[in-house]
Design a protein around this ligand. Structure first.
Ligand code: PAF
Length: 285
């Protein structure tokens, strides 16, 4: 596996690979890899001639009071995991190489980013679209893989790619869960033992709404209420938001007619966890 830190070198290699007529598959990450990331890597590998994974803890998507400094990092472990997956290239740039002195450009998707996570983290999606835009220019993939756990992020990136004509296929892959249903996330390691014990209430609350949906409940308010009742059983859970929204526009709905997704963000202590489920798809917890 090649390890590249220079953006210029990354661009040069990508150009060369494309000139050879090979397809580039890309998985952007912030590292501290878990099975969720590796499932994306495996899918990218299967579908591409040359697979690139980036590892960059992107400062512009963290708020001033957030966990940028303590975000978990383990480069050696990540490198080993990616080598085991036979990834072709690991792109791990320095912050100063991607954000040189005087950097002043923004990349913003309007509307989609104002709601849900955008309400409590107003800076977040601007940082995500900025870095993904830069990485797409450097890595020049034909396709990129993202996890459905970050549902809103996936919709925002799809919109950016469509609006700005990137010509990159965006694949959104199923959430990978621990045995007890907790969605895998690098931030799960922040949870205290009692919080970790209670955290699977997230998936159980989504499963409760999904069950109601399968029993033909179509009122968004009643589906949301089922999620609230389940979350209320966990004393550690503090709700940021619980909503049932249109699966594409993320707009609130009253009645589920088109595909809809239940999206939730819940604090356990200082740790904010997100989860979601497309209503009607399999989920038994
Ligand atoms: O989902 C993530 O890990 C990050 O938001 C991403 C897409 C790598 C951008 O920093």
């Amino acid at each position: 596996m090649q390890i590249v830190s220079s953006p210029e070198e990354m661009r040069r290699i990508a150009q060369q690979v494309r000139q050879e007529g090979k397809t580039i598959g890309f998985v952007p990450t912030m590292g501290y890899l878990h099975e969720g990331h590796l499932s994306l890597v495996q899918k990218a590998k299967k579908a591409s001639d040359f697979t690139v994974v980036s590892l960059f803890v992107n400062p512009t998507q963290f708020g001033p009071q957030e966990d940028l400094d303590r975000y978990p990092r383990d480069f050696h472990r990540d490198r080993e995991l990616l080598e085991n997956e036979s990834v072709d290239l690991l792109f791990a740039p320095e912050k100063s190489a991607l954000y040189p002195e005087g950097f002043s450009t923004v990349v913003r998707v309007e509307g989609l980013t104002d709601r849900l996570c955008g309400q409590s983290r107003p800076w977040h999606f601007g940082g995500v679209t900025l870095i993904v835009c830069k990485l797409f220019h450097l890595v020049q993939p034909q396709a990129a893989w993202f996890g459905q756990k970050d549902y809103q992020q996936c919709q925002v990136i799809r919109r950016m790619v469509r609006d700005l004509d990137f010509g990159i296929q965006i694949h959104v892959c199923p959430i990978i869960r621990e045995n007890d249903g907790l969605a895998m996330s690098s931030r799960n390691r922040y949870l205290q033992p009692e919080e970790r014990k209670q955290a699977p209430v997230l998936v159980r609350s989504l499963a409760a709404a999904n069950q109601l949906f399968l029993e033909d409940e179509r009122s968004a308010a009643r589906l949301v209420s089922a999620i609230h009742s389940t979350l209320a059983r966990s004393p550690e859970a503090r709700i940021d938001y619980v909503e049932v929204v249109d699966a594409e526009s993320l707009e609130p709905i009253e009645t589920v007619v088109d595909p809809a997704v239940a999206v939730i963000a819940v604090y356990f202590g200082q740790t904010r966890l997100i989860d979601n489920h497309i209503l009607g798809e399999d989920l038994s917890y």
